[in-house]
Design a protein around this ligand. Structure first.
Ligand code: NDP
Ligand code: GDR
Length: 371
């Protein structure tokens, strides 16, 4: 019998990689997607199967984490062996703008899923993965952070995720549900949302190198993050639900890097060296050398500025995780390091921007059938 998985947040970065991973493991995969006025399935279009096909193993359903009735009905219909709750308003900075919605989706949304499984009497059948986050650690209490490090959330997003974390633990203890938290540190990829800092940088660097943009404006360049590749992290989500016991797990690379150094690494991929000058909001970066003939800018070109609009009311300064438990008990180790990640992201974005560039330069003229 095929195992059945239900993924919330299927249209997001992790949802897309996890769906692909589970399909390769011969699962029947069901995804919950929100209704939107434009198609938002770019990341999973390659997995789509025509509803008229027989032997389908990939299904999409409309749904929303703020709608209990919808979640109860879907879980009843799909009868999943595993639920991966990845849906969330996942942008820390935006959570300061829409705190109530964030609490409703990221906090109460998790409760709605757990409660649906309980109401339907599926406690013994269905295992649940909750997408917890290193943002729970917030203000530094301990370095590196482990499963026992105290939480100190620093944003409406992190506070909502803290509720989700503890309600998952509570349902495990109260009702014997196989419900687990993966406390995942930042993980990125070529399909990362465009407004998270890594993707904002790799997109901008590609555009700057191709002459499509002059510079990029960023916020806090001193922030340090433990960045891994999303492909490594979705594998661990699955491993967590295959374990003998329901537990909570830190997933991280164990290395931390500043935003500033990530910028340098991204520019290095197009053969450019940078120098940073100034401090705080006055800090800027300039090109000091171009080693790749394809990407040339005049030496001294200013390519990075700081804009305080991107500062957060409360910041998380330093994240670095210790994933020893995952390594020792489940044998998980990341296969890609930060250098591999930056390479993969830059390769993706240079290709994407080149395509955009060519289309703008004249490709559309040949497609103008209506004039
Ligand atoms: P994304 O922002 O790429 O994806 C979030 C997904 O949730 C999207 O499919 C989005 O739909 C969906 N969603 C948002 N609100 C709702 C709602 N109310 N009802 C149903 N679906 C909703 O996030 P990631 O893939 O990067 O992250 C996946 C999960 O892991 C999130 O919960 C995130 O908070 C958490 N996490 C992420 C980390 C990371 O570094 N990536 C680290 C630790 C935790 P739509 O496409 O329509 O917007
Ligand atoms: P984060 O990711 O908040 O860690 O949450 P993000 O990439 O948004 O920020 C990382 C750090 O970079 C600094 N920064 C900027 N951030 C953005 N977005 N834009 C900028 O211009 C900019 N300049 C500097 C930020 O201040 C921050 O310190 C991500 C999300 O995926 C969460 O859902 C997840 O839970 C955590 O990672 C782990």
């Amino acid at each position: 019998m095929k195992k059945i998985a239900l993924i919330t947040g299927i249209t997001g970065q992790d949802g897309a990689y996890l769906a692909e991973f589970l399909l390769n493991k011969n699962y029947e995969v069901h995804g919950v997607k929100r209704r939107s006025s434009l198609l938002n399935t770019d990341r999973i279009d390659h997995l789509y199967q025509d509803p008229h096909e027989t032997n389908r193993n990939f299904f999409l359903h409309y749904g929303d984490l703020t709608d209990s009735t919808n979640l109860i009905r879907l879980i009843k219909e799909v009868q999943p062996d595993e639920i991966y709750n990845l849906a969330a308003m996942s942008h820390v900075s935006v959570s300061f703008e829409i705190p109530e919605y964030t609490g409703n989706t990221d906090g109460l949304g998790t409760l709605r899923i757990l409660e649906a499984v309980r109401l339907l009497g599926m406690e013994k059948k269905t295992r649940i993965y909750q997408a917890s986050t290193s943002e729970l650690y917030g203000k530094v209490q301990e370095v590196p952070q482990t499963e026992t490090t105290p939480f100190y959330p620093r944003s409406p997003y992190a506070v909502a995720k803290m509720y989700a974390y503890w309600i998952t633990v509570n349902y495990r203890e109260a009702y014997n549900l196989f419900a687990c938290n993966g406390i995942l540190f930042n993980h990125e990829s070529p399909i990362r949302g465009e407004t998270f800092v890594t993707r904002k940088i790799t997109r901008a660097v590609s555009r700057i190198a191709l002459g499509m943009q002059d510079k990029v404006y960023l916020g806090n360049l001193d922030a340090k993050r433990d960045w891994g590749h999303a492909k490594d992290y979705v594998r661990m989500m699955w491993m967590i639900l295959q374990a003998d016991e329901a537990e909570d797990w830190v997933i991280a690379t164990g290395k931390t890097t500043t935003v500033r150094d990530f910028i340098k690494m991204a520019f290095a991929e197009v053969g450019m060296d940078l120098e940073f000058k100034g401090v705080g909001v006055e800090e800027k970066a300039f090109v000091t050398a171009c080693h790749n003939d394809k990407f040339q800018l005049p030496i001294g070109t200013e390519v990075v500025n700081v804009d305080p609009k991107y500062f957060r009311p409360t910041e998380v300064d330093l994240l670095i995780g210790d994933a020893s438990k995952a390594k020792n008990k489940l044998g998980w180790v990341p296969q890609m390091d930060l250098q591999d990640l930056v390479k993969d992201m830059m390769k993706g974005d240079v290709k994407l921007m080149q395509k955009e560039h060519y289309l703008k330069e004249g490709g559309h003229k040949t497609l103008n059938y209506f004039e």
